[in-house]
Design a protein around this ligand. Structure first.
Ligand SMILES: *[C@@H]1O[C@H](CO)[C@@H](O)[C@H](O)[C@H]1NC(C)=O
Ligand SMILES: *[C@@H]1O[C@H](CO)[C@@H](O)[C@H](O)[C@H]1NC(C)=O
Ligand SMILES: *[C@@H]1O[C@H](CO)[C@@H](O)[C@H](O)[C@H]1NC(C)=O
Ligand SMILES: *[C@@H]1O[C@H](CO)[C@@H](O)[C@H](O)[C@H]1NC(C)=O
Ligand SMILES: *[C@@H]1O[C@H](CO)[C@@H](O)[C@H](O)[C@H]1NC(C)=O
Ligand SMILES: *[C@@H]1O[C@H](CO)[C@@H](O)[C@H](O)[C@H]1NC(C)=O
Ligand SMILES: *[C@@H]1O[C@H](CO)[C@@H](O)[C@H](O)[C@H]1NC(C)=O
Ligand SMILES: *[C@@H]1O[C@H](CO)[C@@H](O)[C@H](O)[C@H]1NC(C)=O
Ligand SMILES: *[C@@H]1O[C@H](CO)[C@@H](O)[C@H](O)[C@H]1NC(C)=O
Ligand SMILES: *[C@@H]1O[C@H](CO)[C@@H](O)[C@H](O)[C@H]1NC(C)=O
Ligand SMILES: *[C@@H]1O[C@H](CO)[C@@H](O)[C@H](O)[C@H]1NC(C)=O
Ligand SMILES: *[C@@H]1O[C@H](CO)[C@@H](O)[C@H](O)[C@H]1NC(C)=O
Length: 713
């Protein structure tokens, strides 16, 4: 009886203890949290009940101390734009702080939040709007993981932090604007536990002299998209635990050391967009775990390391835009059963495509354009059921467009097909031989440019309803622009410059849904080609890389024999960004409606027979960055706006009756009124002048025309 009573008493007593230990939060910490909540403008946290250990995002330990403060993706905003800067925020037992994916806009410079967080092990403030420099109070003694990525932090990343953070396993500051030299001694000689290091997407400069070789556990090293210089750090090859090296888009030079073949666990090697030279390590293929090799856009030379044909795990091999050479017909791809992407564009490879390539049944993308290959397309290509990107142009030997198209139509997954500069001088198939064309139903980009093809724009194209980009420039295509082109539901880029097209600019082309309606644009999904597409805005700039097909909308029809009026319906193409109708025979006025093209960036109607005035409404084309109306019969004053006057005089020259800035000739006060009359009177003289000027300029424009093969497929 007494025992039972005692038990009962004990039970009450101990449950009381449990209540105190587990449920009651430390009052001082409670007020710290409330202070923290006060610095937030939204949302209202439901932090009201007495026991703060039950609050959302809070975890306490047995002693009632707060150990976890985790409020990721809660839409948190700071009131003052300052990260909590008072020392009220004492949470001395906190081990986990995760406020990632919020909208915390504030400076880390002055914060004292970290001062008391001596026990902190996990710090995740990624995906916020934090700025300022890293505070020297960044907790280091117990820290294991730091993720400050995707903010706007700047300044240097101090080396001393790494010297103190002995238990650091992961450090991610990617996607900020950190600058200055790369931290010099990241790893401890003996005890480094660092596994993941991510410095990518910042402004780091100088060379990578980091003592990485001492990181005896390092698995991931990323520092791409910076301004790093110098050679690959030699001691990196001592970190045999490395699984990923990603240093793309820097200015690293020198050769890739043979010692790389010591890194037997390497799965990803991304050194693309650097200035690396020399030959590729012969034994690269000893790294049997390699899945991703990205070495494109360097100055690598010599031959393809045959050992790579032993990398049975290879998924992606990109060696494009280098100076590699050799006969690829000796390559045996049959062991690369996982290969999904092969990109060797812009090298000096020769020989014929080995048939063994078609045994890589998961291939999704093949780009071998701009080499010296003898291209033949073998029927076995039909066994590549996932093939969605095929680019073989700018090589030799590819003939029989009809046969090739008939065959490739069996590749049901094709999204991108580029066969530019092939089939030289053949006829564009359009007759009975293609009457039964069906296929290409997923094709979104078709490039048959620079093939010198004869014939007309073929009607079978009209069946390719998903086409978004049609590239037919630099052929000898005759006939008129078919009106059904205007019915393509998704067409946004149409390149047909440098052909022999005649007739009028069809009104129906002015109804292209993607150029007319923002709603259509919103509905059409972006193309994410299996390989990036490179766009060269100018000949000497580094090509821009696009992982999806740009929003840009072009019609290029220059250097044809188009005539008649520019239809007033052109004003419907409101979403068009670039329109080039230059070097045709268009006559009559520039329609006033052209000024409806509010998003127009580049407009070229030069070298036609356009007369009348430049519409006054042109002053409303706010996005216009390039205008060319030169070598027409235009007259009257150039409408005044800061925009039009900012262009070079050459944009207007060759129009004898045109006057006013930026042209040197001033307008006579009466000239505006009777300009149309004068143009008819002077028609004769102008007929003689135009061809002369036309010739004068053809040379330079032709250069322009050639470099306007604006992207690499
Ligand atoms: C706030 O949290 C308490 C429990 O802690 C709960 O009873 C109450 O419904 C919550 N209020 C709101 C508005 O969510
Ligand atoms: C927080 O800690 C600092 C020292 O780290 C101390 O000076 C301050 O008084 C503490 N604040 C509160 C509210 O306890
Ligand atoms: C922080 O929270 C997010 C969202 O739950 C999670 O994905 C992330 O892994 C957490 N960070 C750390 C370092 O655990
Ligand atoms: C570092 O980590 C080890 C193992 O996880 C642990 O035993 C040790 O206490 C930690 N050291 C510090 C300073 O946190
Ligand atoms: C670093 O953070 C970024 C997001 O900001 C993420 O994409 C990247 O994978 C992270 N790096 C590592 C090594 O985990
Ligand atoms: C970089 O950060 C911005 C802003 O947080 C984010 O929108 C973007 O996706 C991030 N980029 C990468 C590559 O992680
Ligand atoms: C980082 O580099 C870019 C490109 O050079 C520059 O525009 C930007 O101002 C730099 N940011 C900082 C914080 O240095
Ligand atoms: C790399 O390791 C080798 C021994 O395998 C050693 O001789 C060399 O000093 C190390 N290099 C660096 C830079 O640590
Ligand atoms: C390579 O990876 C394997 C499996 O993850 C691991 O057991 C091995 O220790 C690693 N080798 C090195 C040198 O890190
Ligand atoms: C690393 O590679 C070099 C040359 O390729 C070789 O001499 C050396 O023994 C290798 N070191 C290790 C630790 O495997
Ligand atoms: C490929 O691996 C085999 C053994 O698996 C080896 O005999 C052969 O020499 C390797 N080929 C190359 C080119 O390294
Ligand atoms: C082109 O290919 C087709 C189909 O493969 C074939 O019937 C035709 O004879 C070929 N034409 C030429 C000129 O080789």
């Amino acid at each position: 009886m007494a025992n039972a009573f005692l038990s009962f008493f004990l039970l009450i007593f101990s449950s009381n203890i449990i209540f105190e230990n587990i449920h009651a939060c430390n009052q001082r910490e409670r007020s710290s949290l409330l202070f923290l909540a006060l610095t937030l403008s939204s949302p209202q946290l439901n932090w009201t009940s007495a026991d703060c250990c039950n609050w959302e995002g809070i975890t306490c330990n047995q002693g009632g101390w707060i150990t976890h403060l985790q409020l990721p993706s809660k839409g948190l905003k700071l009131k003052e734009g300052i990260f909590p800067s008072s020392s009220h925020g004492n949470l001395t037992h906190l081990t986990h702080l995760n406020l990632s994916h919020n909208s915390l806009y504030g400076s880390l410079d002055q914060t004292e939040l970290f001062l008391s967080l001596n026990d902190l092990e996990i710090l995740d403030l990624s995906y916020n709007l934090l700025f300022g420099v890293l505070p020297s109070s960044l907790p280091s003694s117990h820290i294991r993981m730091v993720d400050l990525s995707s903010n706007r932090l700047h300044g240097v990343v101090p080396s001393f932090f790494f010297q103190q953070a002995l238990n650091l396993t992961s450090f991610n500051v990617s996607n900020n604007t950190f600058s200055g030299p790369f931290p010099s001694s990241i790893c401890h000689p003996s005890s480094s536990s660092l596994r993941h290091l991510d410095f990518s997407f910042n402004n780091f400069t100088g060379s990578i002299s980091s003592g990485l070789g001492k990181c005896s556990k390092l698995q991931i090293f990323r520092a791409g998209y910076n301004y790093l210089l110098g050679s690959l750090p030699e001691d990196m090859f001592n970190s045999t635990t490395l699984e990923e090296i990603s240093l793309p888009l820097n200015s690293l030079y020198g050769a890739v050391s043979d010692r790389i073949s010591n890194l037997t666990n390497l799965t990803t090697l991304d050194l693309s967009y650097n200035q690396l030279s020399g030959v590729l390590p012969v034994h690269l293929g000893k790294l049997s775990k390699l899945k991703h090799i990205l070495l494109d856009f360097n100055y690598l030379e010599g031959s393809f390391p045959l050992s790579l044909m032993n990398c049975t795990n290879l998924v992606e091999l990109r060696l494009g835009s280098n100076n590699l050479e050799g006969n690829i017909s000796v390559l045996n791809f049959s062991r690369l059963g996982q290969l999904g992407k092969l990109d060797m564009q812009k090298n000096n490879f020769s020989g014929i495509l080995p048939i063994s390539l078609y045994s890589c049944k998961f291939l999704k993308a093949i780009r071998l354009s701009y080499n010296n290959l003898e291209v033949q397309i073998h029927p076995k290509i039909l066994s590549l059921e996932y093939l969605s990107f095929l680019s073989l142009g700018w090589n030799k030997g590819l003939t029989n467009l009809t046969g090739v198209l008939k065959m490739l139509m069996g590749c049901k997954s094709l999204v991108v097909l580029s066969l530019a500069s092939s089939f030289l001088g053949e006829e564009m198939p359009n007759g009975v031989e293609v009457a039964d064309f069906n296929g290409f139903q997923n094709l979104r980009i078709l490039d048959l440019s620079s093939c010198n093809l004869n014939g007309v724009i073929p009607s079978w194209l009209s069946k390719l309803k998903k086409l978004q980009v049609l590239v037919l420039n630099h052929n000898r295509i005759t006939g008129s622009i078919p009106s059904w082109l205007g019915t393509f539901p998704r067409l946004q880029i149409l390149m047909m410059h440098f052909n022999q097209l005649s007739g009028e600019f069809p009104k129906d082309l002015c109804t292209l849904p993607m150029l007319v309606s923002g709603e259509t644009v919103a509905q059409v999904s972006r193309i994410y080609p299996e390989l990036p597409i490179y766009y060269n805005p100018s000949a000497d700039a580094l090509p821009l890389q696009y992982n999806y097909v740009f929003y840009t909308r072009f019609i290029y029809a220059s250097h044809n024999c188009l005539s008649g009026k520019i239809p007033i319906e052109i004003g419907q193409l409101q979403l068009l960004n670039q329109l080039d109708l230059s070097a045709n025979n268009f006559s009559s006025n520039i329609p006033d409606q052209m000024s409806n093209l509010k998003y127009m960036e580049v407009l070229d109607v030069s070298m036609n027979h356009l007369s009348g005035k430049i519409p006054a409404s042109f002053t409303g084309l706010n996005f216009l960055s390039s205008l060319n109306v030169s070598y027409n019969n235009l007259g009257g004053p150039i409408p005044s706006s800061t925009q039009l006057q900012s262009f070079n005089a050459s944009a207007f020259e060759g129009n004898l009756k045109l006057c006013g800035a930026p042209l040197p000739n001033k307008c006579q006060t009466t000239e505006g009124a009777d300009a149309p009359d004068m143009s008819t009177q002077d028609a004769d003289t102008k007929e003689h002048q135009i061809p002369f000027m036309f010739l004068l300029h053809l040379g330079s424009l032709q250069d322009f025309g050639e470099s306007v093969v604006p992207w690499c497929l």
